[in-house]
Design a protein around this ligand. Structure first.
Ligand code: SF4
Length: 351
């Protein structure tokens, strides 16, 4: 049996069934619908202001590659007036990052927007390959995630960005809601569904794909990117993977489950008695932190002292002495590049 006609144009044969609502569309109508939905998300949530300089966090993966393409296109089509550039982090993971950075370099040429690449090695004095040699493959994602978040903020500050756009999609956000419930992390749960975070600081982050399904991002112009994954390299046991599998199972039975989990996360109300961490700044590097030192400085200090497991696990409520933090700066020459940043950053710790 042949495919039915596109439900929108009624002129061409449907080429796909939209995962989010089972609508049967031709390829052209799907692209237009997808782009219009992102435009609506941007406008309805006032994600950008005319004249803003926006860093697109670019990993070379599917989400950020499609984000770079769509933002460039919408910026031109709707005259957003944004000054866009690509910002990439080289974690120093042999066999993964080298290839994906090539994609980002191609995007630079394709979309005609500049690219800035910062490496863990330059910022922290350690590549992920070196960190894994110290810590093994169990907790390496903790280092990588914390360092990347801060590295992106530092790169954006260096490039004088007003805002950062990330490729987090609806699946990512639904996973994060579930993970924060499972961990009982009320502080993160309270902010993980926000489409803009860190507005109180120097560098707000926004998520134009907040309501976009991963399966639709993959469908949007196919063959624009290659699927790179570090999973086979360094994250065989990443906790998030279990939540991802669970969400995928739910989605296969009821596609709306993804948006409904986000809606539930948005609708939670928190008791006034819930104790939230007070945000301050890290004494060592000036990055936002609810502790004396931010997580990146704690992890880095552990690495530099030959005690890489020092900062693993929760530090909430622990004093610096409990985490073994030295309060003098003498031990960490590798902190120098961090402290040299003049701008005090107050982005969100995560999304
Ligand atoms: Fe880094 Fe882990 Fe992601 Fe690999 S899977 S890039 S080690 S956070």
């Amino acid at each position: 049996m042949g495919r039915q006609m596109c439900e929108l144009c009624k002129d061409r044969r449907a080429a796909l069934i939209r995962p989010r609502n089972r609508q049967q569309l031709c390829q052209q109508c799907f692209f237009v619908a997808f782009e219009n939905e992102i435009h609506k998300t941007i406008v309805d949530n006032r994600l950008f202001k005319p004249g803003e300089r926006v860093a697109i966090a670019a990993s070379g993966g599917k989400d950020s590659t499609v984000l770079a393409h769509v933002l460039t296109e919408l910026n031109r089509r709707h005259n957003y007036g944004l000054d866009l550039f690509l910002l990439s982090i080289d974690e120093g993971i042999t066999g993964y990052r080298d290839d994906s950075l090539e994609t980002v370099k191609r995007n630079e040429i394709q979309y005609g927007i500049p690219l800035e690449v910062l490496s863990y090695k330059a910022l922290y004095g350690w590549s992920m390959d070196e960190i894994v040699r110290e810590i093994g493959r169990k907790n390496n994602c903790t280092f990588c995630g914390v360092f990347r978040r801060q590295a992106l903020d530092r790169g954006a500050a260096k490039m004088k960005a007003d805002k950062m756009a990330t490729g987090h999609n609806a699946d990512d956000i639904a996973e994060t809601v579930l993970l924060n419930i499972i961990r009982g992390d009320i502080a993160r749960l309270s902010r993980c569904t926000a489409i803009i975070t860190g507005e109180e600081g120097a560098l707000p982050r926004c998520k134009p794909f907040k309501y976009s399904y991963e399966k639709e991002i993959v469908l949007y112009p196919p063959s624009m990117y290659y699927l790179y994954s570090c999973v086979g390299t360094y994250s065989p046991n990443a906790y998030r993977g279990y939540a991802r599998e669970f969400i995928k199972d739910l989605e296969s039975i009821r596609p709306r489950a993804i948006l409904d989990i986000i809606k539930s996360g948005e609708s939670f109300r928190y008791a006034l008695t819930t104790k939230m961490p007070e945000q301050g700044t890290c004494e060592k590097c000036g990055y936002i932190s609810s502790q004396k030192w931010c997580k990146a400085c704690v992890l880095l200090d552990g690495l530099n002292r030959g005690l890489p497991r020092l900062g693993i696990g929760r530090t909430r409520g622990k004093s610096s002495s409990a985490t073994g933090i030295q309060t003098d700066n003498s031990s960490s020459d590798k902190q120098t590049s961090i402290r040299n940043d003049k701008r005090i950053l107050k982005p969100s710790l995560d999304f």
